[in-house]
Design a protein around this ligand. Structure first.
Ligand code: IVH
Length: 663
């Protein structure tokens, strides 16, 4: 096989595995095998740059920034949808369809969640992704090819030996709620402005002139509609969607074929009821006539097809009045201003309180006490104040001032340099202690049932628990008097505490409440390092070598483990008998070995090299010492190589290094 054929074959293979990994969350081969394929492709492409194609899996991470977006005309115009605000309007739509088609029986529909993101148009020529654009005015949009290429669940090639000559597919780029929240949390910590909702975040991320910024944002994609297709025809919309899925395109699996309107309405009610549990924001259900022939006969009117309708969900935004702004102290000591509202029903839930995030956000939105504001509730997250209705501001409205002293313990409040958050830095602040105990016991942390907010409060007030470790010292004699009658609760609590001792490292790490370490990061750390001690010992460099861990997280992890009180806490917890299930570290071939990297590597970035070493159990140090086992010397190595030679430490060429991590 010549290099060109091999490049082609590798691209195909990697493309397939990308779909398994990013679209299906179900990889077929271990990461190591995947990395090997990718490395081989990189190596070949480096040698034969003339064979690098724009749809190569290596071309995903951020091309050079653009000056501006070019305008492109969509092969077929992108329509918008008529809205139905309630079930009656959906029934009216069904009657219209039947009347127009002259049908007396039932119409078959396809029902799909209406994803709240940003509509895009994708073009595949002979199976290769060649262009992507935003919707724009429906006729003409902006070329977003480079940015769309960075969306991992978008395959750059269709899985088809004989793909259609031309394929136009419509879909929605969106951000999962959990990703959106995490991103906003990180932005808040950095003092950056927050995105209002996942849709704005998705749109803002796609409309970046620098594709590298887009690449760093957690964007996802669902495809839901065909445009122009050459050389392939479908009888029904559901067949078309099934084919999109076979081609490797991401299609929502919560879509349903409905034999008639009542089935479609049932689907609408079901999705509405599940709305808060969906991982993405849905603002309604799209109901489409399933038969393409009938769609054609119905046609469109003023840029809206007669064959589809958006059955909207009730709004998640309402206006109400801010009666007071109070301050809550979280487990990290962060002070969060919270608006106390005139109670209002938002999307089916009564809302009395909404977060204002931090001082900067209050100022940016110019929120004042007494203002009428728009409150929003997205999914099961905390309601927030979105904006002020300035026209309704009363004379008596007044500004809020962050208190200078912690409302819980009276300590001085500080705002650390470069942060948007005000903090109470008193580690003995009752609010912080109670919140960290609460966090420790939650389901995804140590999962101690029976220790709800009220009980934690009580235990604290009774001075029975003043630190997390105290939980493990509780006795029946202490607990029983807290319940009036002879109840089982104290016993159950003690049992739950006992049972929680058998846990996993990711849970424990998360439970510790280290700033910036959420569940996903805790898992990554546990998998990369294998045990608590290694994490506690890891330098910032070593921490950052784990994929997804940046300077802020690594600094926070370091600070946590360097803190004496935390060290004592961990010792006490381990002494109390907490133990972890053994975890399979992602390889341990390099365990105990310390590497130093110098010079540039051509087949990977330095971070990738670090990540590979850590994945295999090794350590990466920043300077050469007697403890160094290997120095990897890339191109233009620095003085570290001289030092290595001086100390007689083994040096590895890039090829040798690749061999070592590859086998
Ligand atoms: S079909 C002619 N299906 O809703 C049909 N649209 O207001 C065109 N949307 O611009 C759209 N989920 O951004 C369709 N499953 C879905 C959808 C969906 C979200 C968005 C899309 C469109 C807007 C219409």
């Amino acid at each position: 096989m010549g290099p060109r054929e091999e490049i082609e074959k590798l691209s195909r293979e990697i493309n397939y595995h990308n779909i398994r990994y990013y679209r299906d969350d179900n990889p077929e081969i271990p990461d190591e095998d995947y990395d090997r394929l990718l490395r081989r492709l990189l190596e070949l492409e480096r040698k034969y740059p003339e064979y690098v194609t724009p749809d190569s899996p290596t071309q995903r991470v951020g091309a050079a920034p653009l000056e501006k977006f070019e305008k492109v005309t969509h092969p077929q115009p992108m329509f918008s949808l008529q809205n139905a605000m309630d079930e009656e309007e959906v029934r009216e739509f069904d009657r219209r369809v039947k009347r127009f088609l002259g049908v007396s029986g039932e119409i078959a529909y396809m029902a799909e969640p209406k994803i709240d993101g940003l509509a895009i148009n994708l073009i595949f020529e002979r199976g290769r992704f060649t262009r992507g654009a935003t919707r724009g005015d429906g006729r003409e949009g902006e070329d977003a090819t480079q940015n769309l290429r960075t969306v991992r669940s978008l395959p750059l090639r269709l899985l088809d030996r004989e793909p259609p000559a031309f394929l136009e597919v419509r879909g929605e780029v969106y951000m999962r709620r959990s990703e959106f929240e995490q991103m906003n949390r990180e932005r808040a910590e950095k003092g950056e402005s927050l995105f209002m909702n996942p849709r704005n975040a998705a749109a803002g991320s796609l409309r970046q002139l620098d594709p590298r910024i887009t690449a760093s944002r957690p964007l996802d994609l669902f495809c839901y509609q065909l445009g122009r297709v050459d050389g392939r025809a479908f009888e029904t919309h559901h067949e078309a969607l099934a084919q999109l899925r076979r081609w490797g395109l991401p299609v929502n699996d919560r879509i349903e074929r409905c034999p008639d309107l009542s089935a479609a309405l049932k689907f609408y009610r079901k999705i509405l009821a599940e709305r808060d549990q969906l991982s993405y924001e849905a603002d309604g259900v799209v109901i489409k006539v399933d038969r393409i022939e009938q769609q054609r006969a119905l046609g469109e009117k003023s840029r809206e097809p007669r064959w589809a309708i958006a059955a909207k969900f009730p709004a998640r935004q309402r206006t109400t009045v801010i009666q007071e702004i109070k301050v809550q102290v979280g487990r990290t000591g962060a002070l969060t201003p919270v608006a106390e509202l005139e109670p209002v029903e938002v999307g089916g839930v009564i809302v009395k309180r909404a977060t204002l995030h931090n001082q900067d956000e209050i100022e940016r939105k110019d929120v004042r006490i007494g203002d009428t504001v728009v409150v929003q509730r997205a999914g099961d997250v905390i309601p927030e104040v979105v904006s002020v209705v300035v026209a309704q501001r009363p004379k008596s409205a007044h500004k809020f001032q962050m208190p200078e002293r912690c409302p819980e313990c009276g300590s001085k409040v500080v705002r650390p340099e470069g942060e948007a958050v005000h903090r109470c830095e008193n580690r003995d602040c009752p609010a912080q202690i109670k919140e960290s105990i609460r966090h420790f016991t939650t389901r995804n942390a140590m999962d101690i049932e029976g220790l709800g907010d009220k009980i934690v409060e009580l235990l604290y007030e009774q001075k029975l628990v003043r630190s997390i470790a105290d939980l493990f010292r509780l006795t029946l004699e202490q607990l029983s008097p807290l319940w009036k009658k002879a109840e089982k609760a104290p016993q159950n609590i003690l049992q739950a505490i006992e049972a929680s001792k058998k846990t996993t490292l990711p849970r424990f790490l998360f439970a510790l409440g280290i700033r910036q370490v959420g569940e996903a990061t805790a898992r990554d750390l546990a998998l990369a390092f294998g045990d608590l001690e290694s994490i506690a010992r890891a330098s910032e460099d070593e921490l950052q070598a784990v994929e997804g861990i940046g300077p802020e997280v690594s600094a926070s992890v370091r600070a946590f483990f360097e803190n004496k009180e935390n060290q004592t806490l961990i010792k006490e917890l381990l002494k109390a008998g907490i133990e972890f299930e053994k975890i399979e570290k992602k390889g341990n071939k390099l365990s105990g070995k310390t590497f130093v990297l110098t010079g540039g590597l051509s087949s990977m970035t330095r971070d990738q090299a670090k990540a590979a070493i850590i994945r295999l159990g090794g350590r990466v140090a920043s300077s050469v010492s007697k403890k160094t086992d290997f120095v990897v010397a890339g191109e233009d190595p620095g003085s570290k190589l001289d030092k290595a030679k001086e100390l007689g430490i083994k040096t590895l060429s890039e090829t040798e290094f690749n061999k070592m991590i590859g086998d």
